[in-house]
Ligand binder design. Sequence first.
Ligand SMILES: [Mn+2]
Length: 432
Amino acid sequence: MTGTYRISQSDIAEQNAKALPALQEDYDALARRLARGGTDIETIAKAVAGFGVAIPSWGVGTGGTRFARFAGVGEPRNVLDKLEDCATIQKLTRATPTVSLHFPWDKNKDVRAVRQLGDELGLGFDAVNSNTFQDQADQQHSYKFGSLSHTDAATRAQAVAHNIECIEIGKVLGSKALTVWISDGSNFAGQQHFARALERYLESMRAIYAKLPDDWQVFIEHKLFEPAFYSTVIADWGTNYWAATQLGPKARCLVDLGHHAPNTNIEMIVARLIQFGKLGGFHFNDSKYGDDDLDAGSINPFQLFLVFNELVDAADRKALDVAPAYMLDQSHNVTDPVESLMSSAMELQRRYAQACLIDRARLEQAQAENDALMALDTLKSAFNTDVSPILGMARHRTGGAIDPLGLYRWSGYRRHKSNERPAQSKQSAGIV
Ligand SMILES: [Mn+2]
């Protein structure tokens, strides 16, 4: 069972009342400034209020590296505790209305009870994630040398069956998508036949695809390295696009920002996938070196802004036939996961709001005239605008906290949870 402590709406109202006068003053000043450029602040505030990103259930626990995991206090012990933390993030930020579950990590005897708690907490369920990158205690065949692309047919069949089971669980939850990431690949030149491995993958994916309900999608996630360090079967967006195209209209590509080589032009990958009608969604995070799973926008906020520039541009041009699914995918090793997830969700809102501020006519003109400097200046002037008052006002109007981090710390939520959730000795260790 979940704990009893919850941050109340009256706590939020009480704290917001103190912060509102200053917020209103800043909001009005920004409204006047934006109006000079012909932008109505209310339009942006409404867009921000409608923005939502899914919380990954694995994100509310303390992560870890290959070396160690340093457990936090009051960590969620099961999927129900995780939902409780996700609901807290949503209550304060109003930017995270859904949760993305991961199986078998989030397995519960009673899936309906999970759905019911979600309903009670006002949380929906985004894509379900399968896991064929580690062996479970009760499984017959090992994934040591791969899963959906394994050389052994029985191992592939087991991995396919697991993905189909995820779809079945997702149906009960009300999910509409399955995210598939495989760790399949090789560590030695010659270890794997590139073409045959990809063919085997596609055959497995076809079996999974055939079980997707009509209104579902499957998101394919590519990653260039790790845990396989020489080659991965779905290494890049090109392979991802090819696989999604082979499978059919319900298959789309998922872009995890950390799954590319450093300095890759991710915003252009996003633009390409939009143009080709195959962008499915995102796993937002940030990185300095590889798949670091750092908090979104903590290293390269401008890149995040440029990704949203492509998304807003596509939405304006009506180039998106389906709204991409936004999910966070981060590992929190040194921070309180609730705080990191709140701050990442708000970071996405910030870059989204700024992307909405871009003067598209001015940008288009600069592009037509090959005025490189003015093109960048158009982007930079939006990026340099402090949209904090818009974010705070959007939260206030939707019942969230003007200052989520401040309110969270003031509430002592983590302290309450550390009493309700005694530390468990059998916490899993290592990277997730
Ligand atoms: Mn990911």
